[in-house]
Design a protein around this ligand. Structure first.
Ligand SMILES: [Zn+2]
Length: 274
């Protein structure tokens, strides 16, 4: 297969840039696939910002709103990637306490099997099924019919931590060395199926300290999740429990998104419902 690995799609997420640079200096000699490495957004990395003009990872698919530097980079990356690879890996970090995660934008075998494989190698890995139909999503992953986003955290933007760089690189290398031929206990492999974004209430509210950092832990209706300076609390309003993630992700703060919600399912279930 031909695999493309992108890092630095968001310029303030340094881990992916380190991994791309490390792999350029030390190629994976025992890789069983041809692979290429792309440093997605050098200018935003130099600028230590998520993007220059428009979020590069919202500049693909049917989203036509990109402009300036990211519009140019999106076109260049599209020319470099589209129709030329079988599998795409995009490297990101999060300020949320999510640990090691992969986010899937497709339910096809290649994508789901890769997630199972990584879970077998990294038992703490969380698998998230995205809410978008991959090919129509605005993400860079839409350029390839299979693939995943590796999202590691918690880490502040514009920072590197050795353990996250090493683990992220190890995940990429494991995939490059794997022949994609293996059977897994799919009915036992947990997946968090994204449902929606949950927003801050009107006014000046903080995430409740008892809730912040509790990514992937079951959240029941009525649990206090926001607090203000008068120590008033607001609770999670919902008819049923959820499994939150991206709690307090810095990039979503301006959009007033407090966290994403999900339901639990399995790889087997995803395969049977597609
Ligand atoms: Zn990112």
């Amino acid at each position: 297969m031909k695999i493309v690995v992108l890092g630095g799609t968001h310029g303030n997420e340094f881990t992916g840039v380190e991994v791309i640079n490390n792999l350029k200096s030390n190629p994976v000699n025992d890789a069983v696939h041809d692979y290429e490495l792309i440093f997605s957004s050098p200018k935003s990395y130099e600028n230590k910002s998520r993007y220059i003009d428009y979020d590069l990872n919202r500049s693909f698919g049917t989203d036509g709103k990109a402009f300036g530097y990211e519009k140019t980079r999106a076109e260049e990356i599209r020319n470099q990637v589209s129709g030329k690879f079988d599998f795409l890996i995009d490297l990101h970090t999060t300020t949320s306490n999510m640990g090691l995660t992969v986010i899937l934008n497709y339910k096809n075998d290649l994508t789901l099997n890769a997630a199972c494989f990584l879970k077998s190698k990294f038992p703490d890995l969380k698998i998230i099924m995205g809410s978008e139909d991959g090919s129509r999503s605005p993400f860079v992953g839409s350029l390839c019919s299979a693939g995943l986003t590796i999202e590691v955290g918690p880490i502040a933007n514009n920072l590197v931590k050795a353990d996250l760089v090493f683990t992220c690189q190890q995940m990429v290398e494991e995939l490059l060395r794997w022949d994609f031929e293996e059977d897994f206990m799919e009915s036992e492999i947990e997946v968090f199926q994204t449902t929606e974004s949950y927003y801050y209430p009107e006014g000046n509210w903080y995430l409740h300290p008892n809730f912040d950092g509790k990514d992937f832990e079951e959240l029941s209706p009525g649990t206090p999740i926001f607090i203000n300076t008068d120590k008033e609390e607001k609770s999670f309003e919902s008819e049923k429990s959820t499994y939150p993630f991206f709690i307090n992700e810095a990039a979503y703060f301006d959009a007033k998104i407090a966290f994403s919600t999900s339901t639990k399912t399995t790889i087997g279930e995803l395969k049977s419902t597609r």
